[in-house]
Structures are given as C-alpha cells and as structure tokens.
Design a protein around this ligand. Structure first.
Ligand SMILES: Nc1ncnc2c1ncn2[C@@H]1O[C@H](COP(=O)(O)OP(=O)(O)OP(=O)(O)O)[C@@H](O)[C@H]1O
Length: 263
C-alpha cells in the first residue's frame, strides 16, 4: 500500500551568524495511512523542522514530503497542526475558536454546532464553551486548540509537543482521549514529544532522531496491542521498549549521555 506521508531525502539548512547550519539532513521515512508515529530526540535534532516541512510551513532545502503521492508546498486543511503554544484567538470564545475552521469551510449552522459541541465535549471543556482564552488554564487552552484541530477532521494530525505544558494527570487523560479518538476515527498522526513514556504509550512506531546534523537515528516498533491502558505502562514489555527508546535517545553520544536525566 502507498504511504500516506512520505519524507524523501528531506534536508533543511539555515543561515546562522553568517554560517550555514544543517538542521535536518537527508531525512527519509514512510508513514502508513492510519499509523500513529511519535518522534523523540535530543533538543535541536530537527523534530520541529521536520514537522514544519510536513505541515507546509517550511520549504526544504533538498528533498520533498509527499502526501498520498502529492508534493507538499503549503498548508492544507487535510493536515491539522497542533503546537505546544496554543495559538488561540484571544478575542474569540472557546466555542468560536473551535468553530473557526468550520466557518472558513462554510459548514452550515446545525452541522457546525453539532461538530463544535462534540469536539468541546471530547476535550472536557463543555462548561467553558463561552469563556475567553484568558479565563482558561494552560491545559484548558491546549485542550481548546486540540478541539479546534479535531473539528475540521483532518486526515493527518501533526502534533508538536501538544501535551508538553500540561500537568501530569491532565497529560495522561489527554493521551487516553487522543487514543480513543484515533481508534474511533482513524487518522494518520505524527506526534513530537520529549517524554519517552508518552512516545511508547501512544505509538505504533517511535522515531528516534539524532542531532548535529538532525537526522533519523532509529525506528522502534511498539508491539503492544491497542487499546492501550494504564496497566500496560507497568508491563514488562512496555518497560523493555521504553528502555530501548531511552537508550536510543540518551546514549547516542557521550555528550548527550552526560546530559541525560535520571532514567
Ligand atoms: N528559522 C531558523 N533559523 C535558524 N535556525 C533554525 C531555525 N529553525 C530551527 N533552527 C535550528 O535548527 C535546529 C533544529 O531545530 P528544531 O526546532 O527543529 O529542533 P527540535 O528537535 O524540535 O528541538 P526542541 O526539542 O528543542 O524543540 C536547532 O539548532 C535550531 O536552532
């Protein structure tokens, strides 16, 4: 079967203080339709750069990203993007923020209301539907951003550390909600995280990147069945894969190993 997303030899360079800096070097990866992949790696290894190319927000210096065989040259509603910074419109309520993409797509009113209510409910913000973003906590803002991305029902979700700013409990709940949504309504997901356990818990495959230059380091399949649950986090197999990902991330080089947090 043809991949949903295909990174083909993607390289990105930036000019930094008059010098050429290689943020991503010859990155190639196929992502299958409906696959959930997570991306981990040391800071500065090009994770966001890779995602920005897939989102169509950045043109690569070499190579290309194909979606269903078509080259990406700009953003598209088929690719929903969620960043750690919530990027909500401060003057719109939660409901209006979530409805934003549907307004642009001219989805008629009864249908729009149904979708907005469902997405707000999915992220647990029903009581705050008429609140402005300034009245929400960080976690609630992020849930609103996620509801907004879900509302336009993109075939591909590109998520750049979406749960990074959430407290531990909200984060675990959001992981389960994301997997439940994905199981009901399968999309292709590319999810960047710094959290190795989160990477293993969510993914079909964990992509480990390396830095200087940013590149693909290892692809680690996660052979745990779905639906995943809290008990699995304590299973021997989960710990085994988690340790494999941990070693791939933090023992790439002695310099990175020296900075590694306690395992
Ligand atoms: N627009 C830019 N101009 C110059 N350098 C850039 C630009 N964007 C990214 N870089 C550099 O490219 C490298 C990769 O950045 P990127 O944000 O993709 O890494 P990352 O793996 O997502 O990092 P982190 O985990 O810290 O978020 C970094 O060294 C960064 O400083």
């Amino acid at each position: 079967m043809n991949p949903k997303i295909s990174f083909r030899g993607v390289s990105c360079t930036f000019q930094l203080n008059g010098e050429v800096f290689q943020a991503l070097d010859n990155f190639s990866l196929d992502v299958a339709d409906g696959e959930f992949i997570t991306v981990v790696g040391p800071s500065g290894c090009g994770k966001s750069t890779m995602m920005n190319v897939a989102a169509g927000l950045l043109e690569p210096t070499a190579g290309e990203v194909l979606v269903e065989g078509r080259a990406v040259h700009g953003p598209s509603p088929e690719r929903g993007v969620i960043f750690q910074q919530y990027a909500l419109f401060p003057w719109l309520t939660v409901r209006e923020n979530v409805a934003f993409g549907l307004d642009i797509a001219k989805v008629p009113e009864p249908e729009r209301r149904r979708i907005v209510d469902r997405c707000i409910d999915l992220v647990g913000l029903t009581r705050f539907a008429d609140a402005l973003p300034k009245m929400l906590s960080g976690g609630m803002k992020q849930r609103c951003a996620i509801a907004r991305a879900y509302a336009v029902n993109p075939a591909i979700l590109l998520m750049d550390e979406p749960f990074g700013a959430l407290d531990a409990l909200t984060r675990v709940t959001m992981q389960d909600q994301l997997l439940a949504t994905w199981a009901r309504d399968t999309r292709t997901v590319v999810f960047i995280t710094h959290d190795v356990e989160e990477a293993v818990y969510l993914a079909n495959r964990v992509i480990v990147m390396a830095a200087r230059p940013g590149r693909l380091h290892q692809v680690i399949p996660v052979d745990l069945p779905y639906p995943r649950n809290e008990e699995m986090r304590l299973s021997a197999r989960f710990m085994e894969i988690r340790n494999q990902v941990w070693n791939a991330v933090y023992h790439q080089t002695p310099a990175i190993a020296a900075q590694a947090p306690a395992a």
